[in-house]
Design a protein around this ligand. Structure first.
Ligand SMILES: Cc1cc2nc3c(=O)[nH]c(=O)nc-3n(C[C@H](O)[C@H](O)[C@H](O)COP(=O)(O)OP(=O)(O)OC[C@H]3O[C@@H](n4cnc5c(N)ncnc54)[C@H](O)[C@@H]3O)c2cc1C
Ligand code: FES
Length: 220
């Protein structure tokens, strides 16, 4: 949770994107037109200090018996998936990334992705890779994967929930909802799941796809 200047009363949630050997953390974020927090962050200069607290909540879990991992990102979903990919590649897993964006300039550059990761670009307007949505490629790639990990907008998870190819797969997704405290105290991030009411900040943000009911909480 990152405090984004005096104009933002509430801290903003961000994923851990990268951590280097010194323990330095990198964030990767989109700057929204009316987004006070991300605009403030984007205006910081090298050497400026920010106030943040964490890590909070859970993360993706790789099952020991898995070999092939399929990562699916949409928008800035690469933020936490980069961290997962780096860790998984170091541990010897085979990792493929279905890498989606609206257009080529919004794709995280291939040369900055972790070495050894196999990216398959997909853009809505066809300016890079295949034309369409990342979820269009799931029938081709998911059957070969032992686990699927996703980060993207709620509409992407709605589509994934409908796909027959994912029905018997362990799929973990990271949810983006508006957060208040980030600490399990305000209940502002509560969602209903098959296993009851959950707080995204404390019980998540990563959930099993088949645990989600597909309601529309206050998804950003
Ligand atoms: C667990 C978790 C991890 C996250 N990790 C990241 C991350 O690593 N990188 C990242 O960029 N974002 C991430 N987000 C989303 C991020 O928290 C929000 O984008 C951020 O809080 C926006 O703050 P703001 O003050 O700029 O905008 P706000 O003032 O909160 O919103 C202003 C307007 O901006 C637009 N907007 C803001 N956020 C989004 C969004 N996510 N999607 C679409 N429209 C939006 C909407 O129009 C909104 O009305 C994460 C969210 C969660 C819950
Ligand atoms: S953000 Fe306050 S309980 Fe989750």
């Amino acid at each position: 949770m990152v405090r984004c200047g005096n104009d933002c009363v509430l801290p903003r949630p961000f994923s851990i994107h990268q951590v280097n050997d010194n323990g330095d953390i990198a964030l990767f974020f989109a700057v929204w037109e009316n987004g006070k927090g991300t605009k403030w962050l984007s205006q910081l200069k090298a050497g400026d200090k920010i106030d943040l607290f964490g890590p909070l909540g859970n993360g993706y879990t790789i099952h020991p018996a898995s070999h092939k991992l399929l990562l699916v990102d949409g928008g800035v979903g690469i933020a936490p998936l980069y961290f997962l990919a780096q860790k998984a590649l170091k541990q010897g897993y085979s990792v493929t990334l279905l890498h989606g964006a609206s257009t080529a300039t919004n794709l995280y550059p291939d040369h900055l992705l972790p070495a050894g990761l196999e990216p398959i670009p997909v853009t809505e307007d066809g300016t890079a890779g295949k034309r369409g949505m990342v979820t269009d490629l799931l029938p081709d790639f998911a059957p070969r994967a032992d686990q699927v990990f996703a980060c993207g907008p709620a509409a992407m998870y709605d589509e994934m929930r409908k796909q027959r190819t994912l029905k018997s797969k362990p799929v973990q997704v990271s949810l983006e909802v508006r957060m208040g405290c980030g600490l399990g105290a305000c209940y502002g991030c509560s969602i209903r799941t098959r296993s009851g009411l959950k707080q995204v900040c404390k019980d998540g943000p990563v959930f099993a796809l088949d645990d989600l009911l597909g309601d529309k909480p206050d998804f950003i």
